[in-house]
Design a protein around this ligand. Structure first.
Ligand code: FES
Ligand SMILES: [Fe+2]
Length: 353
């Protein structure tokens, strides 16, 4: 399967990575993540170059990871630095991946390390550091292709059927727009009964509210959502806001790592409410979205999405556009890599003559 490789992908919440190796597969490549004893985050290919044991089953020794099979040690750059039984073999090298920390997550670059530019990560401004907000976050493994999860998030009309805790709109208005490689899908649910997830924050006597949900997608699979709730007919100023991020990282063609974060600008010092928000959100994704996506993946029975000729609804414009943009970016990247490879081989050939 083809992926966009020259991009940052969410790899793990920072608290998941400590001095024990963490094994995770990204874009079909097994990776081991760990923090060395000086606190530096490391990502290496999770396969020892000797007899191919998973390094993640080994242990961290100083700034190196020790293979569980015959004890070779590799540093953060993947160079072999110790061999119990003889000299360090020069060829013993494990690929290492650029990593960066942002928004409470470790981000991994699976493509050409020379292109790993920190500015290529979507800029969320002060989203995770704004003291007017409280945050809950989670991780969910999804049995489904990451693009099915993007489809799910760009078409929020599914909420009416899958997520009654989030709202049960009588009417839905939506608009889709795109600029460059960014796609927006904006929804409005006016005159809605106050949903269970909103009730802890709703202070007015009114029994209905206006809700909006503005979703923004950026390639390859990073989404930002602003949900707002206000008195019917009022302006958006002073509304209850629930900004959220959804970062999706392909594990392989049929599995996805889902990292989500949900903020709120009400009752921000109330830890019990943070726990409740976490439970409601985790429940929706884990017990409502995920099983549906898994069933969809199963029903697709290994066939290509486009080959199955899905019915196209007006509510699919955003998801359709995101798929098109991503395909173009992947094609461009593959043809760029192919011509780079060709130039390299021609150069090697010329110098061999
Ligand atoms: S397989 Fe890793 S040292 Fe032998
Ligand atoms: Fe959903």
């Amino acid at each position: 399967m083809n992926y966009m490789r020259n991009a940052w992908y969410a790899a793990a919440w920072l608290e998941e990575i400590d001095d024990k190796p963490l094994a995770r597969t990204f874009l079909e490549e097994p990776v081991v993540l760990f923090r060395d004893t000086s606190g530096v985050l490391v990502a290496l290919a999770d396969r020892c170059p000797h007899r191919f044991a998973p390094l993640s089953q080994g242990k961290i020794v100083g700034d190196a990871i020790q293979c569980p099979y015959h004890g070779l040690r590799f540093d953060g750059q993947g160079s072999c630095v110790y061999n119990y039984h003889g000299p360090v073999p020069k060829a013993a090298k494990v690929p290492s991946y650029p990593l960066m920390e942002r928004y409470g997550l470790a981000w991994i670059w699976m493509g050409n390390p020379e292109l790993a530019d920190e500015d290529k990560l979507p800029d969320l401004g002060s989203f995770t550091t704004d003291s007017d907000y409280a945050f809950a976050h989670g991780y969910l493994p999804v049995t489904g292709n990451y693009q099915l999860v993007v489809d799910n998030l760009l078409d929020l009309t599914h909420g009416q059927f899958l997520h009654t805790a989030f709202g049960s709109p009588d009417s839905t208005k939506f608009e889709t727009k795109w600029e460059g490689t960014t796609v927006h899908a904006n929804y409005r649910f006016d005159g809605e009964v106050i949903a269970p997830a909103v009730q802890p924050f709703w202070e007015s006597e009114s029994e209905t509210c206006d809700r909006w949900a503005d979703m923004r997608w950026e390639a390859p699979s990073n989404l930002y959502l602003e949900v707002g709730v206000k008195e019917c007919g009022d302006s958006r100023e002073g509304a209850i806001l629930f900004p959220a991020t959804h970062f999706l990282t392909p594990e392989n063609g049929t599995n996805t790592h889902y990292f989500w974060m949900l903020a709120r600008n009400r009752r921000v010092d109330d830890d019990a409410i943070t726990q409740l928000v976490w439970q409601i959100t985790d429940n929706a994704f884990r017990n409502e979205d995920e099983p549906m996506i898994a069933m969809v993946q199963e029903r697709m029975a290994g066939e290509d999405f486009d080959d199955l000729k899905p019915i196209f609804l007006t509510t699919d414009r955003a998801a359709g556009r995101a798929r098109q943009i991503l395909k173009k970016l992947i094609d461009e990247e593959s043809s760029g890599a192919a011509s780079e490879q060709k130039a390299k081989s021609e150069k090697a050939l010329a110098s061999a003559k």
